[in-house]
Design a protein around this ligand. Structure first.
Ligand code: GTA
Length: 324
């Protein structure tokens, strides 16, 4: 259903697009996947209408470069669909039985959008991340975190350059929905990669804190309560103002483990089954705040449970330490 704020223009945005934005714009006009050759289908989901591909493209110096491409059929928008059906589009009959009919409808290109997320050059870690694999639960104690997980994160986590680009307004500056510029307790709220912003049903934003060095939930203490409360309160207000969704229609959570070790909070529409909302990964911000209010060292000390993929290097570290 269309929401009040959904179609609102972002006239209050400051468009101070940085170099990355310009670069991205230039790349969009060119083909981001020159000479794409499929190497493997990493994963597909008929339910989510998504396919994850690994391929090779020609890099700048003609050398081959690995790319991960995620193709995803865009969600329907009530308005344009009713518009389409109102115009008596040709529908090819597939099956008819009593009052039941199945037809094939070929919508015009503007209603047939496929979202393509491109990661290039993709590292081995990116390719593995999207590969369908067996997953196993890990019970990580506070000591395990210090002895196994932390050294692992320090040695080989994903680059967070894209986060710094956002905070420094070098990328996605025109997409910022709200900012609290305080360096200690401030954050930037903007649409997540995964949201095309065309309908609020699958709304997905992320709040990225300005302060550097807070890697994840594990680092949070009572010192971070003002930051977390700001994200909770101001994030909700900004989403209500811009997109018309109330705070009680939002799922606001952190991932543990996250993919990117710079503290960020996910805001998704409650009715949207976003990836990463399972009980072994998502930690509601409300609960996080309360737990830290009760015990400042809560996340430093308690055992946290999460899933790791079969060939994930962190799982190997747990195995090597005899903890799995
Ligand atoms: N605005 O440049 C960016 C950017 N990047 C690089 C990541 N994000 C970005 N947002 C903007 N600009 O929600 C977003 C991600 C994610 C958040 C990081 O930052 O979209 P996280 O650190 O907790 O890590 O959050 P998470 O959730 O694992 O990240 P990611 O990469 O989204 O992985 C999600 C899992 O969902 C993957 O394992 C993937 O297999 C699965 N998945 C299912 N559907 C999709 C899909 N359509 N797109 C991407 N991943 C999907």
């Amino acid at each position: 259903m269309a929401q009040p704020g959904e179609k609102r223009k972002r006239e209050d945005d400051t468009n101070n697009g940085g170099t990355e934005d310009k670069d991205n714009a230039a790349r969009e006009v060119e083909n981001p996947l020159p000479g794409f050759r499929l190497s493997a289908v990493l994963r597909e989901s008929a339910r989510d209408k998504t396919i994850f591909l690994h391929g090779q493209v020609s890099g700048d110096d003609e050398a081959k470069e690995d790319a991960v491409v995620i193709l995803e059929r865009a969600p329907f928008q009530a308005e344009s669909v009713s518009d389409l059906l109102g115009k008596n589009p040709p529908m090819t009959l597939q099956l008819k039985n009593d009052i039941y009919g199945v037809y094939h409808l070929s919508p015009p290109p503007e209603l047939n959008e496929v979202k393509a997320t491109v990661i290039r050059p993709a590292t081995e870690k990116h390719i593995k991340k999207y590969l369908r694999q067996e997953v196993y639960l890990i019970q990580e104690s506070g000591e395990d975190y210090k002895n196994i997980t932390l050294p692992f994160i320090q040695a080989q986590s994903f680059s967070i350059q894209w986060v710094y680009n956002i905070l420094e307004k070098k990328a996605e500056a025109d997409r910022i929905v709200y900012e609290n510029a305080d360096p200690e307790n401030g954050f930037v709220l903007l649409p997540d990669f995964k949201w095309n912003q065309k309908q609020v049903e699958d709304l997905y934003l992320i709040a990225i804190c300005h302060k550097r060095g807070i890697k994840s939930l594990r680092d949070l203490t009572a010192d971070h309560l003002p930051l977390l409360r700001n994200i909770m309160k101001e994030g909700k207000e900004a989403i209500l103002k811009r997109f018309g969704l109330q705070g009680n229609q939002l799922r606001i959570y952190l991932h543990y483990q996250p993919s990117y070790y710079h503290l960020h909070v996910h805001f998704t529409a409650l009715g949207h089954d976003a990836p990463g909302t399972t009980v072994e990964r998502a930690h509601l911000l409300n609960d996080v705040i309360q737990n830290i209010e009760m015990d400042s060292r809560y996340y430093e000390t308690r055992t946290l449970t999460y899933a790791l993929r079969e060939d994930e290097a962190l799982l190997k570290s747990f195995k090597d330490a005899g903890k799995f």
